[in-house]
Design a protein around this ligand. Sequence first.
Ligand code: IDP
Length: 136
Amino acid sequence: MTERTLVLVKPDGVARGLVGEVISRIERKGLKLAAVELRTVPQALAEEHYAEHKERSFFGELLEFITSGPLVALAVEGPRAIAAFRQLAGGTDPVEKATPGTIRGDFALETQYNLVHGSDSPESAERELKLWFPDL
Ligand code: IDP
């Protein structure tokens, strides 16, 4: 079944020049790009995107980070695209959870600066794609 998922190359990934690396891994996996956009995120969109983390201690820091510079938003599609990208990304903590061979496992050291976002369920993907790509 073909799915669509929202992927973000977060500001750390853009600043470190890893956009091409991430897109290359998405394409090599066999997934397709349905939309790609470089943008600087307004506070309101960042808050809505991470609404589920509102009560967490790191929420303020997370918003500051995600709005700190340009990021690349992608709509990615293919069979089981949601799980497939989560597999490419690796676990949230890039040292304790992400394994070598994953984007986070290969390129990141800190949980906050873990380079990429990928929707975690069909419900999140639908909600997030509407938020980021309302015209898709
Ligand atoms: P995910 O991005 O792997 O789905 P979530 O738990 O949804 O992980 O967390 C969203 C983002 O918030 C993470 O990717 C990371 O950037 C940040 N984050 C999560 N936990 C922490 C933490 O304990 N400290 C700082 N930032 C965190």
